[in-house]
Every structure is written in structure tokens, then in C-alpha cells.
Design a protein around this ligand. Structure first.
Ligand SMILES: Nc1ncnc2c1ncn2[C@@H]1O[C@H](COP(=O)(O)OP(=O)(O)OP(=O)(O)O)[C@@H](O)[C@H]1O
Length: 274
């Protein structure tokens, strides 16, 4: 046990979570289960509430009503320091003003867990491991300012992994990553077998790497459950307005999203205004 929190990956339960800013309802009665130790994808169109929901799980946003439970206990009931040790986050937009190097940023990940108690040699080992896993060795002494978008993204993921979290909350973790880097990073994250929730835009990546999906639309949950049950042509048409097929991968049999277009043309095909 770390404080009140278990070392093993906890489950997360969302129970009727609602949140508004002024008149705008960002989350509406969101209820879903995030299974322990699995990789859950949070999908939905732009503005559907994915970042806001991650923020409520991370305790940055307090819901107006409803509860977020970690291993059956409201997240707000955990001591701040214990919660920070166990839950690591990778945000959609990271700070750009820092002068720190890759190594120093990854080292920041060890602070919450160490709480000043891990010996320096132990934290160095965690930093080296995380840098190695993300293939950042050649960049370890480069400054944040000098990194490309994808290199920054990998650095932030390495920082989160150096924390050795039981829960990982990731807002578009493949942002800026090329195709093979996206596959490598998701494969790595999934293999950790922590309780992970990742907001994803790429439906094919979600189909390949997620165990479980929560689908948001307009701040509401429209579906949640195992990928094969949730990812259907009907759902993609309803939520995204997509004309798509979901077929078994010819080699692995895993669901594969084949896009045919949109169900509603957004741009006139025969010339605007005619
Ligand atoms: N402080 C705020 N005040 C008013 N509206 C807000 C505020 N923060 C977010 N919103 C709105 O809430 C909705 C949900 O935003 P959120 O960032 O959670 O969506 P998202 O699904 O993560 O979007 P994206 O895929 O574009 O990143 C959006 O319509 C957004 O404009």
C-alpha cells in the first residue's frame, strides 16, 4: 500500500458526473466503468468532453454532481500526496517555456512517488528506464525548446512512466507522433497493464490498442464496453457522421475501421452556392 492507495492498478468508476461552465454543460450524467489494469480509449468528436472528463478523474475539475471513484472510493477522499503518487497524466498541450533538458523533465516524474524518500540512485534508474523505453537516449541532454513536437510528446510520456503510476491519464498521447511512433507508444503503454485512460482521435489506433472504449458525444456517454461491442458502423455513423465498415483484420481478426466517407457531405461537390 502507498498511503491509502493500492499498488495494483485500481478500477475507476464514473457515476453520474456532470459539469457546467456558466450555461454550457460540458459533461452530462457521465456514467461508465474503467476496468482495472486495462487500456481504455476515450473517443468522440471535437468538443465532446474528453479532456474535461480526464480532468475530473485527475481531480483538476470538481464535478457539479456525481462521483469519480478509484477502487470504490471517491477520488477527493484520497490525501493529495497519495493521489499524486499513483496517478500520472500526460496533457494535450505541454508547457513550452521551460529551459529544462529531456533528462530533467523525465526526472520530474519521480518526485511525486519519491516524496523525497527514494535514494538518488533509485530515481536515476527510473529515469534511465523511462528514457530507454521511449528511445530518448540520444536526446537526453537536449533542451525542451530544441525538441520537435513528437520528441516533446515522448518526453512527457517518459516523465509519466518514470513516476511508475498505477493509473495513467493521457490526452491524445499520439499527438505529433508519426505512424510507427504512434504504434510503438500505444503498444508500450498497453503492455504496462496499468489502468490507462487515453483520449484518442484515431479510430484505427483505438481499435488496435484499446481493450475498452468510452464514447462521448455532446458531453454524454453514448456507448461503453469492450472494443468489439462498441465500435460498430452504426455508432460511427451516429457519433461522427461517418460512412464506415468495421471488419476483422485479415491476419489478427481484430476490428478494423475502414472509412468510406461521411454520411453527410460537408462541402458541396458540384461547386459552392449552386
Ligand atoms: N472554460 C470553458 N468555458 C466554456 N466552455 C468550455 C470551457 N472549457 C471547455 N469548454 C467547452 O467544452 C466542450 C468540451 O471540451 P473538451 O476540451 O473537454 O472536449 P474534447 O472532447 O477534449 O475536444 P477535442 O477533441 O477538440 O480536444 C467544448 O465545446 C469546449 O469548447
Amino acid at each position: 500500500m502507498i498511503g491509502d492507495l493500492p499498488e495494483s492498478p485500481p478500477s475507476i468508476d464514473l457515476e453520474g458526473v456532470s459539469f457546467s461552465v456558466g450555461e454550457k454543460r460540458l459533461l452530462s450524467e457521465v456514467s461508465a466503468a474503467v476496468p482495472a489494469g486495462l487500456f481504455t480509449g476515450l473517443i468522440g468528436p471535437n468538443g465532446s468532453g474528453k479532456t474535461t472528463l480526464l480532468s475530473t478523474i485527475a481531480r483538476w475539475t470538481r464535478p457539479d454532481s456525481g462521483r469519480v471513484l478509484l477502487d470504490g472510493k471517491p477520488v477527493g477522499d484520497y490525501p493529495r500526496r497519495d493521489f499524486a503518487r499513483v496517478v500520472a497524466t500526460v496533457e494535450q498541450h505541454s508547457a513550452t517555456e521551460t529551459e529544462l533538458t529531456v533528462e530533467q523533465i523525465v526526472d520530474l516524474g519521480t518526485i511525486p512517488r519519491a516524496g523525497g524518500r527514494l535514494r538518488r540512485t533509485d530515481t536515476r534508474e527510473l529515469v534511465n528506464q523511462a528514457i530507454g523505453l521511449l528511445g530518448l537516449e540520444p536526446l537526453r541532454r537536449r533542451t525542451w525548446q530544441s525538441l520537435s513536437g513528437g520528441e516533446r510528446q515522448k518526453t512527457q510520456i517518459a516523465r509519466a512512466l518514470a513516476q511508475q503510476p498505477a493509473v495513467l491519464l493521457l490526452d491524445e498521447p499520439t499527438n505529433h507522433l508519426d505512424v510507427s511512433a504512434s504504434l510503438e507508444v500505444l503498444q508500450l503503454l498497453r503492455a504496462l497493464r496499468v489502468t490507462a485512460v487515453a483520449a484518442l482521435h484515431d479510430l484505427q489506433l483505438a481499435a488496435m490498442y484499446c481493450d475498452h472504449l468510452i464514447v462521448l458525444d455532446g458531453g454524454r456517454v453514448v456507448a461503453h464496453g469492450p472494443v468489439a461491442e462498441v465500435l460498430t458502423p452504426e455508432l460511427l455513423a451516429e457519433v461522427y457522421g461517418l460512412d464506415a465498415e468495421v471488419v476483422p483484420h485479415p491476419r489478427t481478426g481484430a476490428p478494423m475501421v475502414v472509412l468510406c466517407g461521411t454520411t453527410v457531405p460537408t462541402v458541396p461537390v458540384d461547386g459552392a452556392g449552386r
